[in-house]
Design a protein. Structure first.
Length: 582
């Protein structure tokens, strides 16, 4: 999921005033204001209509601008297109980068590089985004402008956050926070608190995350920025849900929902509604949860980029149908979620980033070595002895670097080969496990059917015994008639002892793991107790157990009571659930 970076760009008080004279016959002057020469403007804090007016003005003046003056216009256009059309951002930023290098304008070069980073980031091309982000970071470290440096660090932090590299993300956001504290910018300190809180929440430490969110909310309330306040309230609601404080989770999420509805922020509205649906599901408010999901679905349909939101809605619907017992619908929505999730998210994003970072570091080191070699060559013209020594050192360094690069390539190839082998092994193991599960399920079904068969046949024996007891021995001819009738009624033969033996043999085979565990955990249980435990685990009724073992129903109930006592169960505890969890 792409993380939209907000709140890290400053508005420079210095604005450009560009005046161009067009064809001599027209004599009109175009005034252009509102874009920054050396740093970025927060396009998410601007009014969309104002941004569109600015963009129209920029696009009108751009063809009539030449040379160095063209660079900041290209960069500003690229910046406005971040979320609108990242491909256009890349196009304008590349042109700005070319011109800034041509005119040796480091400030604009750093801005063009971060625009390229953002363009590729919004297109999910993380390797290229990282390449340009790190280049921008080098330039902005060199220039030393705290505002621009903080923004680049924050951008890289969100890049690592997106691909799940949270420790690295925390490192960059912590550096950003220190710069914001240094310059005393309370708004950006609030944004940094929120960013660090999000990372801790993703790392699973929701209590620590809540501390950062509370600090962020306190500062944001001073500026009365409603969308920012709603953002932090929603984050706190998610943390309270994850810490199982559902009442507070509902309170904070509903407060956030009221704000986003007021400002008509539909995308955040969907995020919060989905979270509220989860909370109500955990509270077992099923009707309310379903109603919220429906409301969320209606809003999703009005959004242009809604794939990820639709997937999250499908996932929660699957959980909802599972909770209400509609397993078929639950499976249907879960399949939709997993299929869409596979299509959207790439499994090798972290690998791409790691590879990109290694390649970039190597390139940077090579550039440093070349620069050092040139410096040493100049010094060598003065002192021949030092020149020879430095040449030898450079040759050794080159050999070491070549050797290291070859080792890296070999290790990378070996790693990829091992990874492919691991994937194949996992597939094979998965198929074997699935086959064993099918066999186990079949044998369990066979065992249960056998138990039911024995139970039914025992019931028939009992009925036959009752019929014999009801015979009247006063009239011998009548007795013969009654016996003949019984013989006709019970025409099949039984092999009761053999079925009982076969049933218990199957039990010992299929339930061997269970028998081992229960004997180990409860050594005081007798063989009869263990036999009864297995039959209860198979979810046989007391009557069926009595028929299988040819004992009275009362004996089964006494046995169950004795078994519960030996297992240390309370009256409220379910015996079947307890046995299944052993």
């Amino acid at each position: 999921m792409k993380t939209i970076i907000i709140g890290d760009m400053r508005i420079n008080n210095l604005k450009l005033l560009v005046m161009k004279t067009i064809i001599q016959q027209l004599f009109f002057v175009i005034f252009f204001m509102g874009f920054i020469a050396n740093s970025q403007t927060n396009i998410w804090d601007e009014n969309p209509n104002e941004s569109q007016l600015e963009l129209d003005s920029l696009l009108a003046i751009l063809p009539k601008t030449e040379g160095r003056e063209k660079i900041p216009i290209l960069n500003r256009v690229a910046e406005i297109y971040w979320t609108v059309n990242p491909d256009i951002t890349i196009e304008y930023a590349n042109e700005a980068l070319r011109l800034s290098k041509e005119y040796e304008d480091k400030s604009q070069e750093g801005l063009a590089l971060i625009n390229l980073c953002q363009g590729y980031l919004f297109n999910d091309l993380y390797d290229k985004a990282l390449q340009f982000g790190l280049q921008s970071l080098e330039i902005r470290n060199e220039i030393g402008d705290d505002y621009d440096l903080a923004f680049t660090l924050r951008t890289l932090g969100w890049l690592y956050y997106d691909i799940g590299y949270f420790d690295k993300a925390l490192e960059y956001h912590t550096e950003t926070f220190k710069i914001h504290e240094k310059i005393g910018d309370k708004q950006r300190i609030a944004y940094s608190y929120n960013s660090i809180g999000l990372i801790h929440e993703k790392k699973g430490d929701c209590y620590l995350a809540l501390d950062f969110f509370k600090n962020s909310l306190k500062l944001k309330q001073e500026f009365n920025n409603k969308d920012r306040i709603a953002e932090t309230l929603g984050n706190m609601g998610i943390c309270y849900r994850k810490t199982n404080d559902l009442a507070k989770a509902q309170e904070f999420l509903e407060a956030a929902l009221d704000i986003v509805k007021e400002i008509d922020d539909r995308q955040n509205m969907v995020y919060i509604l989905n979270e509220l649906a989860i909370v109500n599901l955990e509270l077992k408010h099923y009707e309310k949860s379903y109603s919220i999901l429906e409301e969320s679905c209606i809003i999703i349909k009005t959004l242009r980029d809604n794939k990820e939101l639709t997937l999250e809605n499908d996932r929660i619907r699957s959980d909802y149908y599972l909770a209400v017992g509609n397993y078929q619908e639950s499976l249907l929505y879960y399949k939709k979620f997993t299929k869409g999730n596979t299509e959207i998210f790439s499994n090798n994003k972290s690998e791409q980033l790691a590879d990109m970072r290694i390649l970039y570091e190597n390139e940077r080191r090579e550039s440093e070595i070349k620069l050092l070699e040139q410096q040493r060559s100049l010094e060598a013209q003065k002192k021949k002895a030092i020149f020879i020594g430095l040449i030898l050192l450079v040759i050794i360094a080159v050999l070491i670097i070549v050797s290291l690069r070859n080792n890296i390539k070999k290790k990378k190839a070996s790693y990829l080969q091992n990874q492919e082998l691991s994937k194949e092994k996992l597939k094979t193991q998965s198929l074997i496990r699935e086959n064993l599960e099918h066999k186990l399920e079949f044998r369990k079904t066979e065992l249960t059917n056998l138990a039911l068969f024995i139970s039914q046949r025992t019931s028939i024996y009992k009925d036959l015994t009752k019929s014999f007891k009801s015979l009247k021995f006063n009239d011998i001819s009548q007795i013969k008639k009654d016996i003949n009738a019984l013989i006709k009624e019970y025409t099949f033969k039984f092999d009761f002892n053999e079925d009982i033996k076969r049933f218990h043999n199957n039990v010992e085979t299929l339930q061997s793991d269970f028998l081992f565990r229960i004997k180990k955990e409860y050594p005081l249980l007798t063989n009869k107790d263990i036999q009864l435990a297995v039959q209860v685990k198979l979810k046989l009724s007391s009557k069926e157990i009595a028929n299988i073992n040819n004992i009275s129903l009362n004996s089964v109930e006494v046995g169950r009571h004795r078994l519960r006592k030996k297992l240390g169960l309370e009256k409220k505890d379910n015996l079947v659930d307890f046995l299944e969890n052993i």
